[in-house]
Design a protein around this ligand. Structure first.
Ligand SMILES: [Zn+2]
Length: 203
């Protein structure tokens, strides 16, 4: 490969075929120009670099493996088989249609079947899926399913309540509405008493 070809490849994509940071910053510069501003004025000079760093944070979930987060479990539970609920976990996500923020809270519950997981891991699972391009329905389903698959509990339940900035700052401009989604698996789906017990803990 000659030097020019190698240089072109380095600027277009890294080894995994992913665009480089330089490519990402160029794209932001293009968007600023397209919005009608001058990317060379002082206030905007560092914006593409900042935007790229912010993107790394917003979408850190792509580098996370949610199933792996749940791989360490504890079995010395003295037969504990009641509901475990982590309430009101804050999350920030982005809608995949407008890349606008989705800001909300999650309620995550499961009824163990012999083993439990460190409670902070549930919050990290929410974060791992939230920090991707999402729709709220899929985010809800993914959180529930990975817990159900990894812990094989008697059941898993997830409720998300979130505000979608694509709803409040553009389009129909509804500022005060939030969206509620839920996923009930196992005993939460089959047993209305268990489901009601969980839903009573969602405020
Ligand atoms: Zn949207």
């Amino acid at each position: 490969m000659n030097v020019i070809a190698a240089t072109m490849r380095a600027s277009a994509a890294d080894e995994a075929g992913r665009p480089t940071r330089f490519d990402a910053e160029q794209a932001v510069t293009t968007l600023i120009r397209w919005a009608g501003d001058d990317p060379n004025r002082a206030g905007l000079l560092e914006t593409p670099a900042r935007f790229a760093r912010a993107f790394e944070e917003y979408f850190a979930g792509y580098a996370a493996d949610p199933a792996k987060l749940l791989s360490t479990t504890f079995e010395e539970t003295n037969g504990y088989d009641e509901m475990i609920v982590l309430r009101g976990i804050p999350f920030d996500s982005h809608c995949e249609h407008h890349i606008a923020p989705i800001v909300g809270r999650a309620w995550v519950a499961y009824v163990p079947n012999g083993r439990v997981v460190g409670i902070s891991k549930l919050a990290r699972v929410v974060e791992a899926f939230a920090k991707r391009l999402q729709i709220q329905e899929r985010l809800t389903a993914q959180i529930a399913q990975v817990i159900q698959d990894a812990l094989v509990p008697q059941g898993t339940a997830v409720v998300l309540k979130a505000r979608h900035h694509c709803l409040s700052s553009r389009g129909v401009r509804k500022h005060d509405s939030d969206m509620v989604t839920s996923r009930m698996l196992g005993c939460f789906r089959d047993n209305s008493v268990t489901r009601q017990e969980f839903l009573a803990l969602v405020e």
